[in-house]
Design a protein around this ligand. Structure first.
Ligand SMILES: [Zn+2]
Length: 383
């Protein structure tokens, strides 16, 4: 972190100056709805026509679990590229035009490596700014003010993520399922400031219905009206599958989990069903049948424009042993060697190669499938 911190703190000062200048001149991203929105990617800002079908929630590089993460600092970009390139070529062959890499600060983010891999593979990739929940957030966040965190996000949204010159497409956060901590609330307020100045969407990893609704309340209180500023509830399938909210003593609340998603949709949020076909999330959250049933329910309720689908698959973990590799079998599936290494590592096929045909079999119209693969992520993520 030290290498990044020095640069970040000096940039915070510069960015704070920039914030005051821009505030005086009005919001910089006032073009939303005027045909000037862009998808910010490693290949530059793209128009809607250039975007095509989207892998709307996936990962290339994450160091998950370690607090604080350390191995990411010395990762080798050539190893990441050689490992992921077959899967990225596969995604392109399946018609994917943009990969959305949703890894925020706090879980071993290496935007420079993702940028390199995306360029080499020729697959435009959206990067995000933002900070993961406690205890994964870097130390500097605890001492920083709301304005300093907002300035850091604004620098990443306007200049480049980390040490890259690729502006972030949006703001990715997370709050604990116990309810927001004070620091998570501070980060959320900073996210709202950055969203208001850039029109960037806020997406957040939340696995509790009550937390999701309280995050939405807080955003409204900070001045990010949900009718104007987009909020995407990431991993909402965890709550969709829950019988109800987890109460004190491990008891379960009266309202079924799905009602929290419907309440969020009614207020204008997007719900992200982003474990589709994922071995990590498993059949309870990622099964094609359960996801089709949820989508049918949301469409019937009139919310087909507010559904995001993804698989949350990938990814290179810098904790892999030397020589770790993936191999494609004759039937097209992939295995990794050694086989007892992370079982969650998974290609990017499930949504485009399997879930799209499953939706057709279930009777979804081509217009609805196009919304889920292109229009909804475009409207949710462009700015
Ligand atoms: Zn994810």
């Amino acid at each position: 972190m030290r290498r990044f911190r020095t640069r970040r703190f000096s940039l915070i000062v510069i960015a704070l100056l920039a914030v005051s200048l821009v505030s005086a001149g009005g919001a910089s991203g006032a073009g939303r709805g005027a045909g000037t929105q862009r998808f910010y990617t490693t290949a530059g800002p793209l128009t809607e026509r250039q975007v095509g079908d989207v892998l709307a929630h996936h990962h290339m590089f994450v160091e998950l679990g370690a607090v604080p993460p350390v191995a990411y600092k010395t990762a080798d970009r050539e190893q990441v590229y050689s490992l992921l390139n077959p899967w990225l070529q596969d995604a392109k062959a399946l018609g994917i035009g943009v990969f959305v890499e949703t890894t925020p600060e706090g879980v071993g983010r290496r935007p420079d490596i993702v940028n390199y891999v995306a360029d080499q593979a020729g697959l435009p990739t959206m990067l995000v700014t933002g900070i993961y929940r406690e205890p994964f957030m870097p130390d500097w966040v605890f001492d920083a003010s709301v304005d300093e965190i907002a300035a850091w996000m604004l620098e990443e949204l306007r200049v480049g993520v980390g040490d890259t010159d690729v502006p972030a497409g949006m703001i990715k956060l997370s709050q604990n399922d116990t309810g927001m901590t004070l620091t998570e609330r501070k980060v959320l307020e900073a996210g709202c400031i950055a969203a208001r100045k850039t029109n960037a969407a806020i997406l957040s990893h939340i696995t509790s219905g009550p937390t999701a609704l309280s995050v939405m309340d807080a955003l409204e209180g900070f001045g990010c009206r949900l009718s104007k500023h987009r909020f995407i509830w990431v991993h909402s399938m965890f709550t969709a599958a829950a019988p109800g909210a987890t109460l004190e003593g491990g008891r379960i609340g009266h309202d079924p989990g799905i009602d929290y998603l419907l309440a969020a949709l009614r207020r204008g949020a997007y719900v992200s069903l982003d474990g589709v076909g994922s071995n990590y999330w498993g059949p309870t959250y990622g099964g094609y049948d359960v996801n089709i049933a949820w989508i049918e329910q949301f469409v019937a309720a009139g919310y087909e424009d507010q559904i995001i689908i993804g698989a949350d698959t990938g990814w290179f973990d810098p904790g892999f042993p030397p020589g770790f590799k993936i191999i494609q079998l004759p039937d097209g599936s992939w295995v990794h060697d050694p086989a007892d290494q992370p079982q969650y590592m998974q290609d990017y096929r499930s949504v485009p190669a399997e879930f799209v045909p499953a939706m057709r079999t279930a009777g979804f119209s081509e217009a609805l499938i196009h919304k889920l693969m292109h229009s909804n992520p475009w409207h949710a993520y462009s700015r």
